[in-house]
Design a protein around this ligand. Structure first.
Ligand code: 3EB
Length: 334
């Protein structure tokens, strides 16, 4: 598995031959070849080509692949990448459960059943996208509905909901299905928290009836690699949003959080320390007009790093951006 970055225009059939899976971002997305788990993230790109494949998870052995309960997946050795898209319209609202909550729980239930069947219990990294993430329906913001459904699935499948939880992001798009991509393996991910922030799974109830189920970062160990995932990271200190309305302030604070969690990771990294200029970043920008300020704030902090800017909504209405990142180091097998 290696990381391929910013291939454009994407030649999907060529990628598909050697890929475990990937993510395709942009507004007019081509149809992906069948059997290839490719998460389509339909959103405007800022300052980049109209469509990119940001990451292709390469496989080293012929893939096992399938579609299980709507989860499209490929597996190479003990690493599995999958994507599930669910249309909320197919989920009836109940008095105590919105369609998004029901769809979120169902999506994670199906993912956990697949991982149980594949005997790959460890969820490493999850990418969650949903429409209208800040809209309030059924008396609750939709992101919070998602958090209830997600946590119920973790509980139903006897997975911990604090501490040992995957790295993740949860992002709002203009429309489309609930879309969840994930990477899983046979070895546990090593989770990390940020000393500047309250763990998301310990957020107080004012942020929703159920806390979000994710860790701030994770180290995972596919064969011959030490791979770092930094979860979606925003301008939150403790559990409070800081610099409301100040996009440059939020950008600096979010990067301070990325730096703090990477410093935590580096206390445990087995390969060598991860540096901020070697990470591959995806930055979600709520208002397209803020892109130049965000880019000008970020570039001095990340040096020559690869950064993809995507217009999307963040899971708190007062957050103007969110930054996620990843990197991979070779690791001798000892
Ligand atoms: C935060 O720190 C910002 O619900 O999976 C970041 C990463 C955020 C992941 C998730 C949410 C999630 O709370 C939001």
């Amino acid at each position: 598995m290696t990381l391929q970055f910013h291939s454009s225009p994407p030649a999907l059939s060529r990628h598909g031959e050697s890929a475990l899976g990937g993510a395709l971002l942009g507004q007019q997305l081509p149809v992906s070849p069948p059997g290839w788990p490719l998460q389509a993230i339909c959103a405007p790109l800022l300052g980049a080509d109209t469509v990119v494949v940001q990451e292709t998870w390469r496989r080293t052995t012929p893939p096992l692949q399938g579609v299980s309960e709507g989860v499209t997946w490929r597996r190479s050795g003990d690493t599995l990448f999958g994507v599930i898209n669910l249309d909320e319209a197919e989920f009836a609202a109940a008095a105590d459960r919105s369609p998004l909550q029901a769809a979120s729980e169902e999506a994670y239930d199906r993912i956990f059943r697949l991982l149980d069947a594949q005997k790959l219990p460890h969820l490493w990294r999850v990418w969650n996208y949903m429409a209208d993430i800040n809209a309030e329906t059924h008396g609750l913001e939709r992101y919070r509905q998602f958090n209830v459904g997600r946590q119920d699935a973790f509980l139903a499948y006897h997975r911990g909901t604090r501490g040992n939880v995957p790295a993740a992001c949860a992002i709002g798009l203009a429309g489309g299905p609930l879309s969840i991509a994930f990477l899983a393996g046979a070895t546990p991910a090593v989770p990390f928290e940020n000393p500047r922030q309250v763990s998301a799974y310990n957020y107080p109830a004012e942020y929703g009836p159920r806390a979000p189920t994710f860790s701030r970062a994770a180290l995972v160990y596919p064969p011959g690699q030490e791979r770092l995932f930094v979860s979606g990271t925003a301008s939150i200190v403790g559990y409070l949003t800081v610099h409301p309305g100040d996009v440059a302030g939020q950008c600096g604070e979010a990067m301070a959080n990325v730096a703090a969690v990477v410093a935590e990771v580096n206390r445990a990294a087995r390969s060598r320390p991860f540096t901020l200029d070697e990470l591959v970043y995806r930055v979600y920008v709520r208002r397209a007009a803020d892109f130049p300020v965000i880019r000008d704030t970020l570039v001095p902090l990340v040096g020559g790093a690869d950064v993809l800017y995507v217009q999307a909504d963040i899971c708190r209405a007062d957050l103007l951006l969110e930054i996620e990142a990843m990197a991979s180091h070779p690791l001798g097998t000892d």
